[in-house]
Design a protein around this ligand. Structure first.
Ligand code: E4P
Length: 214
């Protein structure tokens, strides 16, 4: 399973990349706003750090406007993937992007039928938001299982990108279900390596090492 980091903070990206945890990056308008930087500046800096796919989201709602944004964004760097919302106009844009060879990540997916439509439109990635489903008492990871099965049934090439990941169990379940990618905030990526027995064991080893004649 590929690991993407869900952030527009270049410091976090550098840190996680140094640990080999960044196969790609996802951003969204909220994350870019949080960075306090201009979209284009931050996007180009991210692409200088990461050679894998970097998702950059459109902020218009009509096909033609989205296509203008998609063409501009994808022309910036070859690894930019255009993030498009799962609305009818967005699906049209995904289809046009596929025809033009522009890579897409369809975002704000909350149902299996939405994911089916994105695949049929030719999306490269589908981003089901598991955490936001959990927030409204709906099993986000169940949706991942359904999408993986549907895509397998029909051999769709669209990759399942588990998004809105909130904790390590989301990551573990995504891997068990065979999702292609998961994108997580820096804080969750850091939690993945944590285990109290690792810390206890390390303390003991270091303590015992002091008894070894030097
Ligand atoms: C995915 O691409 C989104 O940027 C992200 O995962 C949304 O996560 P959130 O629900 O924690 O905002």
């Amino acid at each position: 399973m590929k690991f993407f980091i869900d952030t527009a903070d270049v410091k976090e990206i550098r840190e996680a990349a140094a640990m080999g945890l960044v196969d790609g990056v996802t951003t969204n308008p909220s994350l870019v706003a949080k960075s306090g930087r201009k979209f284009r500046d931050v996007l180009l800096e991210i692409c200088d750090i990461v050679k894998g796919p970097v998702s950059a989201e459109v902020v218009t709602l009509k096909h033609d406007e989205m296509m203008k944004e998609a063409r501009e964004l994808s022309a910036l760097r070859p690894n930019i993937v255009v993030k498009i919302p799962l609305i009818p106009e967005g699906l049209k844009a995904v289809r046009t992007c596929a025809e033009e060879g522009i890579k897409t990540n369809v975002t704000l997916c909350f149902s299996a039928t939405q994911a089916l439509l994105a695949a049929k439109a030719g999306a490269n990635y589908i981003s089901p938001f598991v955490g936001r489903l959990d927030d409204i008492s709906t099993d986000g990871m169940q949706l991942i299982g359904e999408i993986v099965q549907i895509y397998d049934n029909y051999d769709f090439k669209t990759e399942v990108l588990v998004a809105s990941v909130r904790h390590p169990m989301h990551c573990q379940q995504a891997a068990l279900m065979g999702a292609h990618v998961m994108t997580a905030p820096y804080s969750v990526l850091m939690q993945l390596s944590k285990h109290p027995l690792t810390d206890i064991g390390l303390s003991k080893f270091l303590e015992d090492w002091k008894k070894v004649p030097q």
